[in-house]
Design a protein around this ligand. Structure first.
Ligand SMILES: N[C@@H](CCC(=O)N[C@@H](CS)C(=O)NCC(=O)O)C(=O)O
Length: 200
């Protein structure tokens, strides 16, 4: 039985969420920082999609997709669940919206940075900007100056990791959401986040 290997870079809101969850559960892992762009073919040797995150598990097989990975980790460590039964609907609701914030922020990055300028699709970029703003506005009144449901949950992981990505990559969407900013600061001061900072 091998150890767990997390594939991907920590500037990804998805990879970081999994890394923070692993730390929270106290599960040992090694991270291999392959880029979905620069290391596409190498990453495809592990995940045929060339996407991150991917998690090599104990039997040597690979689990892809953030939700699938987080579900599996939670089932492996029920005593440190990040989806407490008493708050399940609330946690999933916030997590889904924060996940969409991450999705659209990554999509906008793809459009503005990776797509050649002469192929830019203004309508598509505007649509993503509207969706980012809508998600931020929905999340703002729900963000608290600490974990949103008592202890740390998947809602906090999703919001803080998406918020950090927005702050770094789309600062125009940042300034007007003080509750999200406070929540981010509080989460990033907690040990599982501090051990897995945003970066490479
Ligand atoms: N739905 C996927 C999305 C993950 C995702 O978009 N990851 C980005 C990196 S931040 C990626 O792999 N991009 C390259 C691609 O989609 O081809 C998940 O939740 O795991």
């Amino acid at each position: 039985m091998g150890g767990l290997i997390l594939w991907g870079l920590m500037d990804s809101p998805f990879v970081r969420r999994v890394a923070v969850a692993l730390r929270h559960h106290g599960i040992a892992f090694e991270r291999r920082g392959l880029s979905v762009f620069a290391d596409f073919e190498s990453l495809r040797l592990t995940n045929p999609l060339g996407q991150a995150p991917a998690l090599t598990v104990h039997d040597g097989g690979v689990l892809t997709n953030t939700h699938a990975i987080l579900d599996w980790l939670d089932a492996e460590s029920p005593e440190t669940t990040l989806v407490p039964a008493a708050h399940r609907l609330g946690v999933l609701r916030v997590e889904a919206m924060a996940n969409a914030l991450a999705d659209k922020s990554v999509a906008l990055n793809w459009e503005t940075i990776h797509r050649p300028a002469d192929l830019h699709w203004e309508e598509g970029m505007e649509r993503a900007r509207i969706q980012i703003s809508a998600a931020m506005d929905w999340l703002e009144p729900r963000a608290t100056p600490g974990p949103m449901f008592g202890g740390l949950t998947r809602a906090d992981l999703a919001l803080a990791c998406a918020a950090r990505f927005v702050k770094e990559k789309h600062p125009a969407h940042w300034g007007t959401h003080p509750n999200i900013a406070t929540h981010l600061e509080a989460c990033e001061s907690m040990p599982p986040f501090a051990a897995e900072p945003y970066g490479t």
